[in-house]
Design a protein around this ligand. Structure first.
Ligand SMILES: NC(=O)c1ccc[n+]([C@@H]2O[C@H](COP(=O)([O-])OP(=O)(O)OC[C@H]3O[C@@H](n4cnc5c(N)ncnc54)[C@H](O)[C@@H]3O)[C@@H](O)[C@H]2O)c1
Length: 630
């Protein structure tokens, strides 16, 4: 295709995710005794080159001296770089093939490793402008072609001047030298590429910030591989969500912005306007006021278990689906409960405390095995059931009480009332949810029903237990040991002192709400929530959504998918179908589910639709949100 535009693309940290010299250092200095010092020095010199305290050529000479590369290092370097091509470049290989006459790679890197990478994408060798090594007879790099303008400051500008390209020039890169081309008046536009690195001084100079090549192609109306403009979807991830989530969402082609902390209501209101996908943990409050400004928001991911921080009612009203990670840390809580049960049964806490004071108290008094003991579970949900299975494998007998009808796993015995559990169990572990009605679920009366010497564990929610009553029952010896991880009031930060009537009590394990806090759980959450959000965006699937009717949908094949969210009033489905029939559109699949406030209809059609029908579908009364998947 003939095009009157030229695309000038940078190599390091743009075409590839990495800086080639960093990779080269790992290879050429692999067994070098000064490896670490040299790598540090190389970084220093690079920075000096960038801030102008030494010339680019001097920095190049010095770095090559330290790297001491040879021809035989190149194959390994090339293999590594081939594996490090930026995700959005890999996705859009077609673009490079289609516009190969118009694409130039201009880099201060070296042709010897750039050419093998970029020509695989269809870029022409003659369109690569880069430095070239000089080797000695043994293949050692002894320098570079100093005649080449790219080995000196302002090299990219010089090279481009020489090319004298007859059309508009668009530059895309991550560095200041890429911006300089525009600054010198040689390029029409500069696109700061932020998929791999973000530099504030470069971003501030850009005509457009392009978090991926998809965005660049979209802006220039050149997108070929992806018809659905995912790059238009802005994702905002707050509170340092796990890097695996950032990676997954970027790999999907979304524009991802991250922020290390929670945002205040005011900050979030400012930010939310352009956001389609919001990811938070437990601290960010997504209030009705925030949602009022969230006009593009499609989905919220809570990278945690609880969703109290989100105004779910308002989100539902606005057609925003909410997902969380309901069982990503289940196993972590269960393991802690098992450990605490055993530790408490053996009276280890007191024994350990005494040892620290120099007291050697060797006796079996008050120490028991858990095998054969009765474990009473209050709440038989995700955590309760998992603990039930593991406790049985330790030889315990499990009794449980749940307000809902639950399937008993293994040999666990279901009890009709909580009293039945309280009266029989040797160990009582609470795993109920945090609903308001569960406040003081365990108080003086419930403690009075328990067996003397019971072990009591609460890793669920703080308000579920009357702490004063627990204290009295520990001091009286009715409760022989307890482990408490959650409290009616918990310090808001690590700087605040933890105040509780439980401090200093015998055989009492206190932990700062870390039942689910393991690195594995964090990573599970980081994987789980993006999966749900991407499924929702890509297929409309709402399985596991906290506030939407749950629909699991097949992958779309040779059809268009119309996604319609509406207030749950009668007759909407009929209206949709009538409209489609009036336009002669055949339905190949349809799915409907409602909850008390919204209805969710998915309609797959196999015919090209026109704008008119979309406008009419959108205009159906009580429609909250409507979108089309291709
Ligand atoms: N300590 C931590 O770090 C940590 C980590 C994860 C979860 N949790 C908490 O653990 C608790 C359980 O989590 P889950 O994932 O198993 O939740 P879940 O929703 O799967 O299970 C809760 C179960 O409790 C039952 N229930 C509610 N009220 C009850 C009552 N009064 N009597 C009997 N049963 C009742 C429900 O029917 C449900 O089956 C929650 O409160 C959760 O917030 C704490």
């Amino acid at each position: 295709m003939k095009l009157n535009k030229y695309f000038v693309i940078d190599f390091d940290s743009t075409f590839t995710k990495v800086e080639a010299f960093d990779v080269l250092a790992d290879i050429s200095l692999q067994d070098h005794p000064e490896r670490e010092e040299r790598k540090k020095k190389i970084i220093e010199i690079t920075n000096q080159g960038m801030d102008g305290s030494i010339s680019f050529r001097e920095s190049l000479e010095k770095r090559l001296n330290l790297l001491a590369p040879s021809q035989h290092h190149l194959p390994a370097l090339i293999t590594k770089l081939k594996g490090s091509v930026s995700e959005s470049f890999k996705r859009n290989k077609e673009f490079f093939q289609q516009y190969s006459d118009n694409i130039y790679i201009i880099s201060n890197g070296f042709r010897e490793f750039i050419e093998p990478i970029v020509t695989e994408f269809g870029i022409k060798a003659e369109n690569i402008l880069a430095n070239e090594f000089r080797f000695d007879t043994e293949g050692k790099v002894v320098g570079f072609d100093t005649e080449n303008p790219l080995s000196a400051n302002g090299g990219k500008v010089e090279q481009l001047k020489k090319l004298n390209l007859p059309g508009d020039i668009y530059v895309i890169g991550d560095g200041y030298t890429d911006y300089e081309i525009k600054h010198a008046g040689l390029a029409n536009k500069f696109f700061a590429f932020t998929e791999n690195v973000e530099r504030e001084n470069v971003k501030s100079k850009a005509d457009h910030i392009t978090p991926s090549l998809d965005e660049f192609l979209y802006l220039n109306k050149l997108n070929t591989a992806i018809s659905y403009p995912k790059n238009r979807i802005n994702v905002l991830l707050l509170e340092n969500v796990h890097p695996v989530a950032v990676e997954l969402l970027r790999a999907e082609g979304f524009n991802v912005e991250t922020y290390h902390a929670a945002m205040t209501e005011e900050e979030l209101i400012q930010k939310i306007k352009n956001v389609s996908v919001l990811g938070i943990r437990s601290k960010t409050q997504v209030t009705a006021k925030v949602l009022e400004h969230a006009n593009r928001l499609m989905v919220i991911g809570a990278f945690c278990i609880g969703t109290n921080q989100i105004d779910l009612k308002e989100a539902t009203k606005k057609g925003i689906a909410v997902f969380n990670a309901p069982f990503s840390n289940t196993r972590s809580v269960v393991e802690l409960a098992v450990a605490e049960m055993i530790i408490l049964m053996r009276n280890i806490v007191d024994k350990s405390n005494k040892m620290h004071k120099g007291v050697w108290d060797k006796s079996a008094k008050g120490s028991f095995e858990v095998r054969g003991k009765k474990l009473g579970l209050i709440g038989y949900g995700n955590i309760g059931t998992q603990l039930s299975v593991i406790a049985e494998s330790l030889g315990m007998k499990v009794l449980y009480y749940d307000t809902e009808e639950k399937l008993s796993l293994g040999n666990a015995v279901k009890c009709k009332t909580m009293t039945e559990v309280l009266e029989q169990a040797d160990v009582i572990s609470l795993h109920v949810d945090g609903r308001k009605a569960n406040a003081n679920l365990i108080g003086p009366k419930e403690f009075s029903l328990m067996k003397k010497g019971v072990i009591f564990i609460n890793l669920s929610r703080g308000h579920v237990v009357d702490i004063q009553a627990l204290r009295e029952n520990i001091l009286s010896g009715k409760v022989a040991g307890c482990a408490i991880d959650v409290f009616p009031y918990e310090p808001v930060s690590n700087d605040e002192e933890f105040m509780s009537e439980l401090r200093g009590l015998p055989n009492t394990i206190l932990s700062p709400h870390i039942g689910g806090s393991t690195l594995e759980a964090q990573e599970n959450i980081g994987n789980f929530v993006p999966g749900k959000m991407m499924d929702y965006i890509n297929t409309g699937s709402t399985s596991n959504s906290v506030n939407f009717p749950n629909l699991t949908l097949p992958i779309l094949k040779d059809a268009h998918r119309l996604i319609h969210i509406h207030n749950n009033v009668p007759g909407i489905l009929a209206k949709i179908n009538q409209l489609l029939a009036d336009h002669g559109i055949n339905i190949v699949g349809q799915y409907l589910k409602t909850n008390e406030s919204v209805g969710y209809v998915i309609t797959d059609i196999n015919k090209q639709y026109d704008k008119d029908v979309i406008a009419k579908l959108r205009a159906i009364e009580n429609t909250i949100k409507f979108r089309v998947l291709y």
